[in-house]
Ligand binder design. Structure first.
Ligand code: PMP
Length: 362
């Protein structure tokens, strides 16, 4: 592996994985734990795979401090399927509230509205999805309040949770800031995250759900959409995405080795600060999207003075081995995604490039 040229990867997801994790997967590829098979080739009912899934769960419990009255599920269908499963399982005949702060929460409420009642407790779209809503119009009888802790496209991240009315469960799409910093799980009834940003490859979605929520699941849901069945089976109702679960397990072990989520947050803050500082000190050459208080530590969208310069930036960056910096078409410009596996050195390379590019083109 040491001779392999690795990119400085700023992709928004799938994103980079820690080099140590890839090396371990490579080392174990042909003979997993003395089985003479890769982890992809063994039975999901074998004791070896049982250990993989149980260790992954225990490590995640430790990392996030997940209390015993929460279940962890490793599901398929991406975070997008959770946009559907969540209202199917937890809304019953009531209405759910959604805080709309970007493309992903907007997509989540749209999906919920296809199946029943969902209302926007706030919507910041008319302000360009740049920050938190000033106030929430909350339904005290809502089946739940849903928010997106990090809007991957707009770079808006919540650092403290919105507070639902008493008795209304709080539910979070944490796809793009999952395991990037400590979170007080006891504030949540459920959290979900596609793995492919901070936690592993695509193909597995982590759902963390409080036991009393599972009691609300209506009878007779299609079995693969039924939290009750999936939770009771320990994510093994059918053949799970075993390689993806193995990989997230390795990432959880890696995260523990870094010192846990408080240590990871520190590094994430260093990286994000370096890039935001470069934007702020550019005299307007680089312009960030989100309001300063809502600036994401994970996804940093920014614009340059013209689209021509933005195209040139992306091309030049690529030549310098800095990959994945083109922004989402809905916001335009650039976006640097600096997930857990992006190193401080990698962020430093980007900052060097940004300063150099400005000097040549500013
Ligand atoms: N929510 C957020 C915040 C996301 O960033 C994404 C993917 N970029 C999704 C949901 C959709 O996830 P998936 O592709 O796993 O369905």
């Amino acid at each position: 592996m040491s001779n392999t040229k690795r990119a400085y990867n700023f992709n928004p997801g799938p994103g980079p994985l820690p080099l140590e994790v890839l090396e371990q997967a490579q080392a174990e590829m042909l003979d997993f734990k003395g089985t003479g098979m890769s982890v992809m080739e063994i039975s999901h009912r074998s004791k070896e795979f049982e250990a993989v899934i149980q260790t992954a769960e225990a490590d995640l419990r430790e990392l996030l401090g997940i209390p015993a009255n929460y279940k962890i599920m490793f599901l398929q269908g991406g975070a997008t399927l959770q946009f559907t499963m969540l209202p199917m399982n937890l809304r019953a005949t009531g209405s759910a509230d959604y805080i709309v702060t970007g493309t992903w929460s907007k997509t989540a409420i749209k999906e919920a509205q296809k199946l029943g009642a969902a209302r926007a407790a706030a919507n910041t779209e008319s302000e360009g999805f740049k920050g938190y809503p000033e106030k929430l119009d909350l339904d005290p009888k809502a089946a739940y309040l849903h928010f997106t802790s990090n809007e991957t496209i707009h770079g808006v991240e919540y650092f403290s949770e919105p507070v639902p009315p008493a008795g209304v469960p709080l539910i979070c799409d944490t796809s793009s800031d999952f395991i990037s910093r400590p979170v007080d799980i006891s504030k949540y009834a459920m959290l979900y995250a596609g793995a492919q940003k901070n936690a592993g490859p695509s193909g597995v979605t982590v759902v963390i759900i409080r036991d009393d929520m599972i009691e609300r699941v209506p009878a007779n849901l299609p079995v693969m959409l039924d939290y009750k069945t999936l939770a009771a089976s320990g994510s093994l109702h059918n053949t799970p995405p075993s390689f993806a679960i193995y990989m997230v397990g390795l990432v959880f072990q890696w995260a523990k080795k870094q010192g846990g989520l408080a240590a990871i947050e520190k590094v994430n803050r260093v990286k994000a600060d370096m890039i935001y500082k470069t934007i702020d000190e550019s005299g307007g050459f680089y312009r960030g999207h989100a309001k300063p208080e809502a600036r994401s530590l994970m996804n940093i969208p920014f614009r340059l003075p013209s689209e021509e310069l933005e195209d040139a930036f992306a091309k030049e960056a690529k030549k310098n081995n800095l990959i994945g910096l083109k922004g989402h078409r809905s916001v335009g410009g650039m976006r640097a995604s600096v997930y857990n596996a992006v190193t401080v050195e990698g962020a430093g390379e980007l900052v060097k490039f940004m300063k150099d590019f400005q000097q040549k083109n500013g």
